[in-house]
Design a protein around this ligand. Structure first.
Ligand SMILES: *Cc1c(COP(=O)(O)O)cnc(C)c1O
Length: 382
């Protein structure tokens, strides 16, 4: 199956008892057994639930993996990946990460003896130079949140595996989605999603996903998912599965609108830098073109006026772009990284990578582009 077909049919079949085309929402915590240990593959909802299984099969299919896992949130999925490690192990991560990921690394897992180093993944060499005997995991985000930096998944994966094939390469694919790039095909071992964003696509649920193509890794992840218990609920699983069925057409429009918004901002006299991997002068445009089908719906930019007041004015002025955390839904959202998504990053670290008061992040939705541009024009001029 090709990708668009997979979003609808991947890993799915009509339910056996009734032929129901969509999987029923199995709102049950437990399953009857005919004699001790004798059940129909489902024993207790933390281990497996048929609605979640249907979604997990879809997760695996759309990322060209063999196994998918659904968690209560994106953070719960990252938490699961880190639990594959033990004290003393080292993680190399990108230096521009989702704020919650950085918070989990520095404020939770460092406490339990994991070590983290942060490198600019623009250059593959920075990653291979940072590898030590203790390195067990490479954590890649691409495009990054909020600066839209691009890491070359294929080159990083192959150069890491050359040094030590046991090092796990994981990619947070939330921004790109498998419509644009498939990290497992590019040599990564684990794909992670905040399915809260584009996979769900309708801002009506919180969920995390992991996809793998290795049996041993799948076993370990399933064990942690079951033992730690941060599973996705049946109703949310149903909603996410429904969302994925339109992922390809939503992404197509997100990409079109994202491109138009990026161009509009680039030509606007009140706007400074625009961060969008689709521009030829983006530092890693070539890599983005190589590994992504298109450039997505996320665009960040800086106002020429550097003051917090002018940024706040803009953020309060938009009407269609709703000022809210999150991204990837059908509706357009605007975010102020300093006070919102990246508020948990210490000021010193934020300034080092360029997350300043004048930086604004847009999640461009699938509304009519004329309305979106008019909204931005209005907000920039009042
Ligand atoms: C939102 C987000 C997360 C965290 O996911 P939740 O579903 O909010 O827990 C992780 N990575 C990226 C890139 C995100 O945008």
């Amino acid at each position: 199956m090709k990708f668009n077909t997979k979003t609808i049919h991947g890993g799915q079949k009509p339910e056996e008892a009734t032929g129901s085309v969509m999987p029923p929402v199995f709102l049950t915590s437990t399953f009857a057994q005919s004699s001790p240990g004798n059940h129909k593959g489902y024993a207790y909802g933390r281990g497996t639930n048929p609605t979640r299984t249907a979604l997990e099969n879809s997760f695996a299919a759309i990322e060209n993996g063999t196994h998918g896992f659904a968690f209560a949130s994106g953070m719960a999925a990252i938490d699961c990946v880190l639990r594959l490690l033990k004290p003393g192990d080292e993680v190399i991560a990108g230096d521009d990460l989702y704020g919650g990921t950085y918070r989990m690394f520095t404020q939770l897992f460092q406490k339990y003896g994991l070590e983290f180093s942060y490198v600019d993944m623009d250059d593959v060499k920075n990653v291979s130079d940072a590898i030590t005997q203790k390195t067990k995991l490479i954590w890649i985000e691409t495009p990054t949140n909020p600066l839209m930096k691009i890491a070359d998944i294929e080159s990083i994966s192959s150069s890491v595996k050359e040094v030590n094939s046991n090092i796990i390469v994981a990619v947070d694919n939330t921004f790109a989605t498998p419509y644009l790039q498939k990290p497992l095909d590019l040599g990564a071992d684990i794909v992670m999603h905040s399915a809260t964003k584009y996979l769900g696509g309708h801002s009506d649920l919180l969920m995390g996903a992991l996809m793998v193509k290795d049996e041993k890794l799948a076993k370990e992840i399933h064990f942690i998912q079951f033992a730690a218990g941060a599973i996705a609920a049946p109703m949310d699983s149903f909603l996410a599965l429904r969302g994925i069925k339109t992922l390809h057409i939503r992404m197509q429009r997100h990409c079109e609108n994202g491109k138009a918004v990026a161009k509009f901002l680039k030509n606007h006299p009140k706007v400074g830098e625009v961060y969008y991997p689709g521009f030829k002068d983006h530092p890693n445009h070539e890599v983005a073109t190589k590994q992504m089908k298109d450039f997505g719906g996320m665009v960040s930019f800086r106002l020429k006026d550097q003051s917090k007041e002018v940024a706040f004015q803009f953020l309060e002025n938009t009407q269609i772009f709703t000022l809210a955390e999150s991204l990837g839904g059908v509706e357009s959202l605007v975010n102020h990284p300093v006070t919102m998504s990246h508020g948990s990053i210490p000021e010193k670290e934020r300034l080092k990578v360029g997350i300043t008061d004048s930086l604004i992040r847009l999640s461009v939705g699938i509304e009519d582009i004329e309305d979106l541009l008019a909204d931005l024009e209005f907000a920039l001029n009042t």
